[in-house]
Design a protein around this ligand. Sequence first.
Ligand SMILES: NC(=O)C1=CN([C@@H]2O[C@H](COP(=O)(O)OP(=O)(O)OC[C@H]3O[C@@H](n4cnc5c(N)ncnc54)[C@H](O)[C@@H]3O)[C@@H](O)[C@H]2O)C=CC1
Ligand SMILES: O=C(O)CCC(=O)C(=O)O
Length: 417
Amino acid sequence: MNLHLDAYKTALAQFNRAARYLDFSDDLLEYMRYPRREFTVNFPVRRDDGSMEMFTGYRVHHNTALGPSKGGIRYSTAVTLDEVRALAMWMTWKSALVNIPYGGAKGGVVVDPRTLSLGELERLTRRYASELIPLISPHSDIPAPDMGTNAQVMAWFMDTYSMTVGYSVPAIVTGKPKTIGGSEGRTEATGRGVVVTMTSCLHHHGETAPDRIDVAIQGFGNVGSNAAIYAHECGYRVVAVSDIDGGIYNPGGLDIPAVVAFAKERGSVIDFPRAENITNEELLAIPCDVLIPAAMEGQLHGDNAHKVKARYVVEGANGPTTPEGDDILNDRGIIVVPDILANAGGVIVSYFEWVQDMQAFFWDKSAVLERLEGILTAAYEQVQHNAEEHNIDLRTAAQVTAIKRVGEAIMTRGFYP
Ligand SMILES: NC(=O)C1=CN([C@@H]2O[C@H](COP(=O)(O)OP(=O)(O)OC[C@H]3O[C@@H](n4cnc5c(N)ncnc54)[C@H](O)[C@@H]3O)[C@@H](O)[C@H]2O)C=CC1
Ligand SMILES: O=C(O)CCC(=O)C(=O)O
């Protein structure tokens, strides 16, 4: 299975499933299946040893009916145009679902950032940012971090854009360091939001005692580690976590602050002293109540979804479950809180950051976190309500709500093919 070629197939299969519940014309549905713009760029980067290497990057705008396109930038050797298409489409539905005035975009460069020195990473970022300038602006397309990128990468992005136009433009990207216009709470927003939606879902099912809930998390980057930290703070028992090198398991619960410190020093969670090493495949099948895939696409699929022991899957990553995986989980009565809802905390606080930058007026952390929680819990309740009303799963309910908003915006603006 090619997980990345399959990502767009997954996005389309989810869309087609939701489309059955929408009273839209075939023409309008067909229009929404396509990305609006796709940009591919090949560019050179000088390596520290003086050699020159060519890199390929992408930026895809899926739909802009509700506002400027918004979405992260991924640095990974697995990046393909098809993967970026899928991620851009999910951004359209995510922003619409949580009612923020954005369309969907995503970008990526085919590179393993761990193989670059800091200088090489900066040169690559500045060159890619400068190639994207015809496409981006605070009013048209606003990038942010995703897998393999972080606040520092966003700072170089912002600086490159600002140098080109001749004045500082903080609102060109979100997820920046706070010293240059970043928002309080953005770094932890996605992981925190995953735990907020998990809690809404557990409460809906009458499970209100966090100390009775065992959580396993795949991926220990921005999303996974912040989900682990907040889950631990809320009193949940995080029994397993993993990164690309493998995972660790302690059925009595992991000391998450100690794991965070250990991973920071060692570059991986594996060999953490008070736990057993496990593989990523074992983590997905570990005995627990909630499984949070927070690494990448296609992790739960037709060949392993039957092994999941969790009763809930809360999707921190984008597209971690294939349609075959979804069918198996649904048939087994496992509740899946879908990516466009569970991981929307990141884009919500990015929206807050953009608003603050545009107004040059900054909020304190409690205002950011309170508004974040308010939007996510309302979105969860709406999706849960729609799912019950139409007797459909949460993913389909979330997609129906989101696609309906985008379709209505397209129609209202005038859809005359
Ligand atoms: N950063 C953000 O604000 C948001 C990220 N997401 C999604 O969350 C997921 C993770 O993103 P970040 O945490 O930002 O990335 P990151 O680069 O900070 O961390 C990724 C983590 O996943 C691990 N990983 C990578 N490949 C893996 C594999 N094959 N098996 C197991 N672990 C693997 C890495 O070792 C690392 O621990 C992605 O799907 C991303 O699109 C979604 C919404 C917002
Ligand atoms: O913060 C943003 O603007 C986008 C984050 C992102 O890429 C995502 O939600 O997948």
